[in-house]
Design a protein. Structure first.
Length: 203
């Protein structure tokens, strides 16, 4: 088990990641319509912060889940960190462009680090599925958190596939799972996880 001090720190980071994830959705979906520049700036900043904050939460989750299956827990941690760092880099790239717009931007090209959300959604979704599965085997997490993790994993992969195959951002195949994930499931999972870690809770 991780130290109580790190669990509390990771719990705070997870709660903040949930809040920042919600704010990212507000900026990307709501603010960007009337104010594209402001929405782009804020969504990039929140994506960067959310990716960094989630790394501490993932480390604390690994420390608990390795008792259930050390190899699978390590794999989930590696995938989760790749997804989180990929999201942070994607956000940092967008933030740098928002602060200093290039003279001739090519918006048709996908992000070179995170094409169509491969890391932010695809890899993170696989990591979340493994985490949810391991939560059902040990680590002292509530069963409901694992079930919510399964839902989040499926939604993240669906969003990635939608962005990869459909591409049209206004398609219901992308909008519906994106709204559900960004405004409800992702913030709920991280905030719930944060409260569990902050309290040192175990079932």
């Amino acid at each position: 088990m991780p130290s109580k001090s790190f669990e509390r720190f990771a719990g705070l980071c997870a709660i903040l990641a949930g809040v920042v994830g919600f704010l990212y959705s507000v900026a990307f979906i709501v603010i960007s319509r009337p104010a594209p520049e402001l929405g782009g700036l804020l969504s990039a900043l929140f994506l960067l912060l959310g990716g960094l904050l989630s790394t501490a939460a993932l480390a604390a989750v690994y420390a608990r889940l390795r008792e259930a299956d050390a190899a699978f827990a390590l794999w989930a941690l590696l995938l989760g960190l790749v997804g989180a760092v990929g999201a942070a880099i994607h956000g940092g790239y967008d933030l740098s462009n928002a602060l200093h717009p290039p003279a001739t931007p090519n918006l048709d090209l996908p992000n070179a680090i995170d094409p169509r959300g491969l890391l932010t959604f695809g890899v993170a979704g696989i990591a979340m599925f493994v985490v949810a599965w391991l939560m059902g085997r040990g680590g002292g997490f509530p069963n409901g958190l694992g079930y919510l993790g399964y839902a989040l994993a499926v939604l993240l992969v669906v969003i990635y596939l939608g962005r990869l195959i459909v591409l049209q951002a206004t398609s219901p195949l992308i909008v519906a799972p994106a709204l559900l994930t960004g405004f409800i499931v992702n913030p709920a999972w991280y905030i719930w996880l944060g409260l569990v870690l902050w309290r040192g809770q175990s079932k």
